[in-house]
Every structure is written in structure tokens, then in C-alpha cells.
Design a protein around this ligand. Structure first.
Ligand code: ADP
Ligand code: ZN
Length: 198
């Protein structure tokens, strides 16, 4: 076993289908190969696939604990755990920022994956704060389904003004800046940005 060193925060962010979960799973799998004690958390809200696993769109899987709050992440992290993985962090309450910092202060490596923008292309809290506080940041890009360019935006395909509409293929697709259509998903035809001048 290695001695406990300095902790830190790594954030993997990007649009849907950009490979965030894949990259998270890759890093945590390598930590396990290095015989680190690894625990993985995900928000309970996200029940697209399994409750006990993080699953990528490409089919990679890793055992995970589904929790309801950021406080539960802290409570359920065991003392012997050296690497803490958190997927879909944008669905956690704002307390996750302090929890991640606390875990890193305890000497743990905290690897976090999440959407950096919502369906309107706005920064998706708490990811912006985590990006600022992290020691290391990786931004992944998908492929634009319209033109094949690298894609950083998530296009919502169903009509809803809710910030959180859980889904994957058929509900969202990856688009580049040029092909992204911000107005397409409004229910009532109003401007999608609440602060936009009429
Ligand atoms: P994320 O966690 O960012 O949503 P995942 O890691 O779950 O992404 O899935 C990434 C995988 O999704 C890719 O390796 C690829 O197999 C698949 N995929 C489906 N659509 C796309 C797309 N438009 N661009 C890139 N990868 C895609
Ligand atoms: Zn495009």
C-alpha cells in the first residue's frame, strides 16, 4: 500500500455523448488496477440505466452507489477509500462543491464527471465552481450528429422548459456551435433565454 499523500480534484466535463462516463470509468478502472480503494457515486435521480452502476452510452459499466444528496456522498465515503468517483455531478445539490473539497483535503483523489452546459448552452451549476476549484480539468467533445464536427453542445429534441429532463438517445443529441438550435425546444414559442430582450 502507498502512504496517504495529497488529495486533489479532477473534473471531466463536456456535452452529452462526449465520453465523460467512459473517461471516468477508464480512470477509475486504472485506479483499481493500481489496487487503490475506489468508491463511485451517482445521483439517485438519474435512473436511465442501472441503480448500481455507472453505464456509458458505449456500454462500459462500473459499480456505483446511487445517493440522494451531497451529504450522503460524504457520509458513505469510507475512511480507507483513496479514490472517489462521482458521475452526473450536475444533478447534485450545490453542497457537492464543499464535499468534493473536503474529500480532497482528507487526502483523497476525487474524480468528477458532469455536463458543463444545460440544454440552453448555459453553465450548469455546480460544474462551473468545480472547474474553478479543481487541480485538473478535462473537456471532452462529442461528434455533431448534423455535420460531423467536434460538438460541445447538447441539443434537446423534446419540448420542455425544465432544466432537467432525464434521457439519452431520442431526447438529446450532440451538436456543434453552428448546428445547435437554441430555440427549438421551447414549449410556448417564447425566447429560450429568460433574460433576452424581446
Ligand atoms: P457522456 O458521459 O459524455 O454522455 P458516454 O461516455 O456515456 O458519454 O458515451 C460516449 C460514447 O457514446 C462514445 O464512445 C460513442 O460510443 C457513443 N456516441 C453516441 N453518439 C455519439 C456522438 N454524437 N458523438 C460521440 N460519441 C457518441
Ligand atoms: Zn455541426
Amino acid at each position: 500500500m502507498t502512504e496517504r499523500g495529497t488529495g486533489w480534484i479532477e473534473v471531466i466535463c463536456g456535452s452529452m455523448f462526449s465520453g465523460k462516463s467512459e473517461e471516468l470509468i477508464r480512470r477509475l478502472t486504472r485506479a483499481k488496477i493500481a489496487r487503490r480503494n475506489v468508491q463511485v457515486f451517482k445521483p439517485r435521480l438519474d435512473d436511465r440505466y442501472s441503480d448500481e452502476e455507472v453505464v456509458s452510452h458505449g456500454g462500459l459499466r462500473l459499480t456505483a452507489l446511487a445517493v440522494a444528496t451531497s451529504a450522503e456522498v460524504l457520509e458513505r465515503t469510507e475512511e480507507r477509500t483513496e479514490v472517489v468517483g462521482i458521475d452526473e455531478v450536475q444533478f447534485f445539490d450545490p453542497g457537492i462543491v464543499d464535499v468534493a473539497g473536503h474529500l480532497a483535503d482528507l487526502g483523497k483523489r476525487v474524480v468528477i464527471a458532469g455536463l458543463d452546459q444545460d440544454y440552453l448552452g448555459r453553465p450548469f451549476e455546480p460544474v462551473p465552481a468545480l472547474l474553478a476549484l479543481a487541480e485538473e480539468v478535462t473537456k471532452t467533445r462529442a461528434i455533431c450528429v448534423r455535420c460531423g464536427a467536434p460538438a460541445a453542445r447538447t441539443q434537446r429534441l423534446v419540448a420542455s422548459n425544465e432544466r432537467v429532463v432525464v434521457g439519452a438517445a431520442g431526447v438529446y443529441e450532440a451538436r456543434c456551435r453552428r448546428c445547435y438550435e437554441p430555440g427549438i425546444a421551447t414549449v410556448d414559442g417564447s425566447l429560450p433565454f429568460p433574460d433576452s430582450p424581446e
